[in-house]
Design a protein around this ligand. Structure first.
Ligand SMILES: *Cc1c(COP(=O)(O)O)cnc(C)c1O
Length: 408
């Protein structure tokens, strides 16, 4: 149904085999989740402390780092970005009759989390400049049933925040949810990504910039949400208030679930976040290298490089290019893979998926999402890419583009 980048990576295991046999040079992997700092030391400390469940000292420290970054009222460390989105859906008490507007060009969770709470979905197209939600399409979708609009900062580049704010100003009760799985440490003008919505969610899945295997966070930007969010987060209990000494016993108060990230994983994540300047610096240099190598060839070889509008500081989640059409994109991908470089495509539009059609309150047209999905190609992008890997990737891409230039 929907392709997920993480499913395209297990070539790593085969890699080890190839290395052991010592024959072929190793492939340039699409993603590698690397240890970058004191992760293992922190994990050892968490285990030794005996606090392995959620809400321990490492969860508090990671939440503090993230809250300071966005100026949030509170940050709740969750088991994934998907569950953080689910928690936001519970907080809004979404249910049948409510509608949530979701980009078609995103990962399933951006819609799934709201659909499983009982809301209907309306799929909105993206605009070609940032591949984020298109305000012009959004205007035509808003009505009295809409309770929330979800935005994604694709590749870590802020969507058209100004345009979306203008449209949403007419609908003050509709809440903005940032699925910020790509955008941590990026900014729109001088506003950090993750500080723009009433809620923002983060992912620390092994394919993201900062990882702990599986993990996420819910960023609460409105202090009014904090007390109830804490209850929903803690299996519907006021345990948090009890721990703070605000009440003298704790009890079942509300709906909720078990959303908390284990402190063992939070410890790993803290080790990653402590290195945020190093990691983001490395990723910025990868982006600059790809841009400098490829932009001068784009016209001649008929592809487009990823665009970053001037008022954005990207979070460098990935680097993508667009080929003129699907067949050529697929041919380029195949040639690159033959050359040992694991480039890949990305999301299949949700509005055309089996579940997307089932959960949509009505069909909508999202031609840009379809077009981009057909033409987009992502280059290997991770902290372990060497100068040699970069050269091989650029060469493989240029060779594949040259070989396919006159094919069709
Ligand atoms: C990775 C991703 C998710 C899901 O994150 P998990 O932590 O795996 O639940 C959701 N939305 C977007 C845009 C993503 O890239």
């Amino acid at each position: 149904m929907v392709s997920r980048d993480e499913e395209e990576v297990p070539a790593m295991a085969q890699q080890q085999l190839a290395d052991d046999v010592g024959a072929e040079p190793r492939d340039v992997p699409f993603n590698v989740a690397s240890v970058v700092g004191r992760e293992l030391e922190h994990v050892q400390e968490a285990v030794a402390s005996g606090h392995l469940s959620s809400g321990g000292p490492f969860s508090q420290r990671t939440a503090q780092v993230l809250a300071a970054e966005t100026g949030a009222a509170d940050v709740l460390m969750t088991t994934s970005c998907t569950t953080a989105l689910e928690l936001s859906a519970m907080l809004m008490d979404l249910g049948p009759g409510d509608t949530v507007i979701v980009p078609s060009f995103t990962f399933t969770s951006s819609g799934l989390a709201f659909a499983r709470q009982g809301a209907g979905l309306l799929f909105c197209d993206i605009e070609p400049r940032t591949l984020g939600l298109d305000p012009a399409h959004l205007t035509t979708l808003l009505d009295e049933t809409v309770r929330a609009v979800v935005v994604v900062h694709y590749a870590g580049v802020a969507c058209d925040v100004e345009g979306i704010r203008e449209v949403m100003a007419e609908w003050p009760d509709v809440r903005l949810v940032e699925d910020n799985a790509h955008g941590l440490f990026g900014a729109w003008r001088d506003e950090p990504l993750g500080s723009l919505g009433r809620y923002a969610t983060l992912s620390f899945h092994e394919t993201k910039n900062f990882v702990c295997g599986e993990g996420g966070a819910l960023v609460l930007n409105d202090p009014d949400d904090v007390e109830r969010a804490r209850v929903l987060y803690d299996k519907g209990t006021n345990r948090h208030a009890f721990m703070l000494g605000q009440v003298d016993k704790y009890t079942w108060k509300d709906t909720g679930s078990s959303f908390g990230l284990s402190d063992v994983l939070a410890a790993y994540l803290l080790g990653q976040l402590e290195q945020r300047e190093v990691v983001q610096g490395r990723r910025r240099r990868l982006h600059e290298h790809y841009a400098a190598s490829l932009a001068p060839l784009a016209e001649e070889l008929q592809f487009e490089v990823m665009r970053v509008p001037e008022d954005r500081s990207p979070a460098h989640h990935m680097y993508y290019v667009l080929l003129p059409h699907r067949d050529r994109r697929n041919d380029v991908l195949e040639l690159m893979r033959k050359a040992g470089v694991q480039a890949t495509f990305h999301y299949q539009p949700l509005h055309a998926s089996v579940a997307g059609r089932e959960f949509a309150v009505r069909p909508t047209e999202c031609p840009v999402s379809q077009d981009v999905s057909d033409r987009l190609l992502r280059l290997p992008f991770h902290n372990e890419l060497s100068a040699a890997d970069l050269d091989r990737t650029v060469d493989a891409f240029v060779d594949a583009c040259t070989a396919t230039l006159w094919d069709r």
